[in-house]
Design a protein around this ligand. Structure first.
Ligand SMILES: Cc1cc2nc3c(=O)[nH]c(=O)nc-3n(C[C@H](O)[C@H](O)[C@H](O)COP(=O)(O)O)c2cc1C
Length: 401
């Protein structure tokens, strides 16, 4: 199949990856209600079609946190990418650099920050608050020395969400002989992956935290360590600690509530990602795109507001910009493409997304992505756009028009 859309990359990844990896990428938490809302709410947003404007010149670039991005799209942190393709984080970072957009490396990446910086470009770096602050300090020093320009501090995972698919597939849950044989079978039934990743993509360790657990023998030991080290005691005061330890921009990822966004702005965060972790954490919360307008209303102009969750096309990107996002991050879209065929497919997916965004701009009369705003939206009351907001608390102001 020649992939035309993110749905096609998803299908190619499903065919190429062992089931437990595909389900890890594809799944959400509990009944996956929020995951579905993230997608459905994008589909329900109506843009205004405008005609007869001179659309020969388009500017897709955005300036943010001292950088220029070639388009308002970045690659969100995704754990285990080095298991989807050989040294997957490096491949994805090269594709992002080729497209002129940022790549954010997960703490749970297979490739270490030094490897990505050396073989591709210094990535943005994503960190969870770990109980071991000494280790965090060391890690931040390494990330700084590797030249990472921005720290993305993920705040919506003080504990990991319950993901039924990962238990069923054998990725998490109790270990047993039957489970081990099942995993071997899943790998053996995907020979292309076996050769590319299993045989030639080693070491399969969590490169960023390997020094903390020298006795680890495989990925399972890292999961246990990372799980034990999430700090449930984290508070806003810890942001001040991070601020003292890191002198470059800090972006808080996982903000869904306007009050939290105000707190982030008050404490000097440089940006936030409006996100529900792609529906992988608290199931039942509203979609990230429906959470965006009230947050932009609360803090827009004080810090950069980015969005992730459910972005599957350039059309979705324009909708998010119209609702006030500075830029969007892609999670599953690039993970599927990487699983489908490494750097080449991630590059291809990004150029498709760029073409889609250009077309959407032409058809809405928007010549400059950095100036996209509410005037691109149909004049429905915004809350009427979202299927999920019917049951959501009515904190959002009326943003008609
Ligand atoms: C397979 C997978 C692994 C992820 N790992 C991380 C991670 O390590 N750190 C993090 O902050 N977010 C992680 N996320 C969340 C993404 O950064 C992002 O918030 C989410 O994928 C956006 O939703 P989307 O997949 O619909 O684009 C992960 C998401 C997926 C799909």
């Amino acid at each position: 199949m020649v992939p035309a859309s993110v749905a096609d990359y998803r299908e190619l990844a499903r065919r190429r990856l062992p089931r437990l990896l595909f389900d890890y990428i594809d799944g959400g938490s509990y009944a996956e209600v929020t995951l579905a809302r993230n997608l459905a709410d994008f589909q329900s947003i109506a843009l205004r079609q405008r005609v007869m404007r001179d659309m020969t010149r388009l500017d897709l670039s955005v300036q943010t946190l001292g950088q220029t991005w070639a388009m308002p799209v970045g690659l969100a942190p995704v754990g285990l990418a080095g298991m989807y393709a050989r040294r997957g984080e490096v491949q994805a970072a090269r594709a992002a650099a080729g497209a002129g957009v940022p790549f954010c490396l997960s703490t749970a990446g297979i490739c270490a920050v030094e490897e990505v910086a050396r073989d591709a470009a210094p990535p943005w770096y994503q960190l969870y608050m770990l109980k071991d602050r000494g280790y965090m300090r060391e890690l931040l020093a390494r990330v700084h020395a590797a030249g990472c320009p921005v720290l993305v501090f993920t705040v919506d995972l003080p504990a990991a969400g319950t993901r039924y698919r990962d238990v069923r597939s054998g990725l998490s849950g109790p270990r047993s002989l039957g489970g081990a044989l099942n995993r071997v079978w899943q790998g053996a039934s995907r020979p292309a992956w076996l050769w590319d990743v299993w045989a030639r993509g080693r070491p399969h360790l969590f490169g960023n935290v390997v020094a903390a657990i020298p006795e680890a023998r495989g990925i399972d030991d890292f999961w246990v360590w990372v799980g034990r080290n999430f700090d449930r005691g984290v508070t806003w005061e810890d942001l001040a600690w991070v601020r003292e330890t890191w002198d470059r921009p800090i972006v808080l990822k996982g903000v869904l509530d306007p009050d939290d966004a105000r707190e982030a702005a008050r404490l000097g965060a440089d940006g936030i990602v409006v996100s529900n972790h792609g529906g992988r954490q608290l199931d039942g919360v509203r979609s990230s795109v429906s959470a965006l307008p009230p947050i932009v209303d609360a803090v827009g102009g004080q810090l950069e507001v980015y969005l992730d969750g459910g972005v599957r096309s350039g059309l979705d990107v324009l909708k998010a910009l119209a609702l006030g996002a500075k830029a969007c991050f892609l999670g599953r879209a690039w993970a599927y493409a990487l699983g489908a065929g490494g750097q080449k497919q991630v590059s291809r997916m990004l150029s498709t997304l760029r073409a889609e965004l250009s077309t959407a701009m032409v058809l809405t009369g928007c010549t400059d992505a950095s100036r996209a705003g509410k005037s691109l939206l149909d004049t429905l009351k915004l809350e009427d756009h979202f299927v999920s907001s019917a049951s959501a608390p009515s904190t959002s102001p009326d943003l008609a028009g």
